[in-house]
Design a binder for this molecule. Sequence first.
Ligand SMILES: Nc1ncnc2c1ncn2[C@@H]1O[C@H](COP(=O)(O)OP(=O)(O)OP(=O)(O)O)[C@@H](O)[C@H]1O
Length: 617
Amino acid sequence: MLVNSDDYVKLFTDIMSEGLMVIDNNGIIQIYNNKAKEIFGIINNQQISHDGGKINRGDIVIIGDNSLGRDDGDLNSKSLECLGIRDKNIKKGDGLVAVGLYKEEGIPPIYRYVRPENMEDTLKLNAKFLGIDIRVVIDFAHKVITIEVDGEKYSMSYMNAIGHMVVLDEKTKKMKFYQSQGYTARGESINELLKGNDFRAKGKDNTILDVIGKDIFEIHKGSSTIEDFYRVARGENITYVDEFKEINGIPTMCTLLPVDKDGKRIGAALKVEDISEIRRVIKERDKALSELDKIERQLNEEKLLKKAFPSFIGESKEINQVKRLAVKASKTNSTVLILGESGTGKTLLAKAIHDNSKFKDKPFVHVNCGSIPATLLESELFGYEKGAFTGARSGGKIGFFERANGGTIFLDELGDIPLNLQVKLLQVLQDKSFYRVGGTDKINVNVRIIAATNKNLEEEMVAGRFREDLYYRINVFPIWIPPLRERIEDIYPLVEMLLPKICKEVGVEQKRISGEALNLLTRYNWPGNVRELENILERAVNLSESNTILTKHIMIYVKEKDNRRGKITTLKEAVMSCERDAIKKALDYFKGDKKKTMKALGISKTTFYEKLKKYRI
Ligand SMILES: Nc1ncnc2c1ncn2[C@@H]1O[C@H](COP(=O)(O)OP(=O)(O)OP(=O)(O)O)[C@@H](O)[C@H]1O
């Protein structure tokens, strides 16, 4: 005989197209064929090679982990300390991208993390670290983590969770280790390597990890299928035939069989099939599901925003962004600065933020800094002691700040505060304390400040009318409400909400607005924003005698873009040109929805399609 029976077993099992593992009843591996090694990443056929070794002090460690503590050897905020990351806010399940020096203080690490509930499509880190361009991207939608070092990419895809890592040598700054599939089996999870374990070499010529004679749990840690495998080897009767099982994060089709001899259990056999095709399909499905998830999240968010600010109308993406920021603002105590032209809803938003905050049952004090004479503003804001000045009330008076104690003070038209008062305001912002006019006792207040202005504070600052230090102190959380002309699609929901309200206030029966009149509203540029829209609608309600508001009731002057100026056309041509413009504008407004467009234009389906054809729209 040329070969002994062990060699035969190896020869035959290695040519199998399925993975095969056999263990004895102590869990010791007897057979582990090449295909199994390939499936679990024990054979490394990677193109980029590196030697074996371990992470040394001063090495640069780059990490991308989509779910901390799940498939990275239980990596946690404590174990990240060896990279200089001391952040108790990092929790299990967070996504993390990081770069830092191993056990070497001096250069602070750079990292970002995200809670599972806040995960968006990607989490990215772009950094220049010790002169090296480093980029880490976790693509949650496509389930891929890519670490890029000076343009060299190391990617890993995942099903549920992975911890990807690249290590650069302290001296040469060259890659000395990168993570690849099968790391759990090789004992090379991030946490294990950070603890000082060795990693194996990668590359074409590397010796295949010899697993025969090793404990199965040494090669496959923490997998329930492997636990079943061991239990069967010990004598339990669990069998699978072609069942979908994930082993160490790798999806496989498994068949589990007991191995008996003379009626006695001597071990177990596990056949594993590579199901990369199914994996691809699963990936596609996951991609579709995550797209759906995203849409659902978006819809839920829109519903949530609508619910959080029912009085703040608008569905444009600009207003949704305003609401998104306002939700965040209502969850913090930070000073908020609301910017926007007059009539854009700054006061309404300030009140909505207060009503959504933890101070909602406490006072909301609105101070219109622009309408109080400069000489009185100080005593109005901060109060005064008795006899502080001539004309002062004998008993003294508390100011707006004290009245707002425990709640919110809304400083409207902040840009109008005179310079001398700006100093005092800065002090309140810094110390939450002030002196009443004529007073000697320091008054402490606990107020949340929301400020608003329609002035450009930066310009005011340059002109010397607004203090720079106050500007930076107040501009912590700015929210800009765009003018109405930049979010024309909000006109419809605004009219829908305002019209019944106005009719009720004016005391007339409910009225509707004609499509043509509504169209007209969208062509105006609204210098007075929503306040002007309210006024125009109120006038229209008063002017219209029937229950419909028509164009003639809308008292605005719309300057049409006159691109026909200078050229005299026939009346027919002019009418046609107007008609074409009106149809195009309506189509744009309703984002191509033909049903809504023809309804708004007040024409039949046949006429509408005739005109589309005629004007080649
Ligand atoms: N998004 C909106 N939804 C509903 N009503 C709105 C909206 N925006 C503004 N309004 C209404 O428009 C009017 C003007 O709003 P508000 O007083 O809040 O504007 P402002 O920006 O504070 O104006 P100013 O700078 O002149 O003080 C109010 O009656 C308000 O209710």
